[in-house]
Design a protein around this ligand. Structure first.
Ligand code: PHE
Ligand code: FE
Length: 259
C-alpha cells in the first residue's frame, strides 16, 4: 500500500513509521537515479556545509533508513527525523521543529515525476534538508524558526513567516569564498533550478533583508526570479533573532511585494 497521503495511519503529531522494508527495488533504484543526477551538480552549486554532510549519510544506495540517520544527527546537533505522510498542518510542523524533529515525507515520487513534483517527497526532504541539520548554526536557526512559527500562529503572522522560510530554507543562497552557492532545499533537490539559481544571469540575487523577505510573495510553480543571499548561517540566525512582533505589526500595514 502506498503511504502517499496516508494520513489515516498517522499519530496525533502526524508521524508515521517509516516502514523501510516496504519500499520496492524500483523505488530504491529511482531514488538512486535522482541522487546520481543531483550528485553531478552539487559540487559546483551547493554550499560547502551541505557537501560536507552528505558524504556521511550513505544516501547513494537507495532510500535511507531514517533511524540510522537520526542516530548520527542526535549526536551532531540533537536533531532527529520523523517520518510523515506528506505536508502536515502548520501547528504540527512548527511543534516538530521546535523540538528538533525534522518531518521527512516517507513516500517517493513516481518515475513520471522525475524532473518535477509539486509536493515534497522523500527525495526532496532527505536530500535537500537533512544534510544541513548537521550544521550547528543552521540547526539552531531551524529550531528557533519552529518556536517562531508557534508564536506567529498566535500573532496571525504565519503567512509572513512562511515567506521567510521560502526565501531561506527552501530557496536561499549563501556567499562562499568560491562564489554564491545554494543552501535552500528546493534548489539542492532540483534538477534544473540548482544550476539556474547560481549561474543564470536572469534572476535577482539580493543581499538578505529580513523585512523584504517577509513581505515578498512567491510562486511555487516556476523558477524564482528573486533569491536572497546570506553571508553565513550565523548571519541568518542573528538577523532573525529579534522579536518579530513589532516587525509583523509594521509590515501588516504595508503592501506585499511581487515575487
Ligand atoms: N525571532 C522571531 C520572533 O520573535 C522568531 C524566529 C526565529 C523566526 C528564527 C524565524 C527564525 O518571532
Ligand atoms: Fe522543503
Amino acid at each position: 500500500m502506498s503511504l502517499r497521503g496516508a494520513y489515516g495511519l498517522a499519530a496525533a503529531d502526524y508521524s508515521v513509521s517509516q516502514n523501510w522494508g516496504a519500499h520496492t527495488g524500483a523505488e530504491h533504484a529511482l531514488f538512486r537515479r535522482l541522487f546520481e543526477r543531483q550528485s553531478k551538480l552539487v559540487s559546483r552549486y551547493a554550499c560547502p556545509e551541505w557537501i560536507a554532510a552528505i558524504a556521511g549519510l550513505d544516501a547513494g544506495a537507495g532510500i535511507p533508513k531514517f533511524d540510522q540517520v537520526s542516530a548520527k544527527l542526535r549526536k551532531a546537533t540533537g536533531w532527529e527525523i520523523v517520518a510523515v505522510p506528506g505536508l502536515i498542518p502548520d501547528e504540527a510542523f512548527f511543534t516538530h521543529l521546535a523540538n528538533r524533529r525534522f518531518p521527512v515525507t516517507v513516500w517517493l515520487r513516481k518515475p513520471e515525476e522525475f524532473d518535477y513534483i509539486v509536493e515534497p517527497d522523500v527525495f526532496h526532504d532527505f536530500f535537500g534538508h537533512v544534510p544541513l541539520l548537521f550544521d550547528p548554526d543552521y540547526a539552531g536557526h531551524l529550531h528557533e524558526y519552529g518556536k517562531g512559527g508557534l508564536k506567529a500562529m498566535r500573532l496571525d503572522a504565519v503567512k509572513m513567516l512562511a515567506r521567510l522560510y521560502w526565501y531561506t530554507i527552501e530557496f536561499g543562497l549563501i556567499k562562499t569564498p568560491g562564489g554564491v552557492r545554494a543552501y535552500g532545499a528546493g534548489l539542492i533537490s532540483s534538477g534544473g533550478e540548482l544550476a539556474y539559481c547560481v549561474a543564470d544571469p536572469a534572476p535577482r540575487r539580493l543581499d538578505f533583508d529580513l523585512e523584504r523577505a517577509l513581505r515578498t510573495d512567491y510562486l511555487i510553480d516556476r523558477y524564482q526570479s528573486t533569491y536572497f543571499v546570506i553571508d553565513s548561517f550565523a548571519q541568518l540566525m542573528r538577523d532573525t533573532a529579534p522579536d518579530f512582533t513589532p516587525i509583523y505589526d509594521k509590515l501588516r500595514a504595508m503592501p506585499s511585494l511581487a515575487p
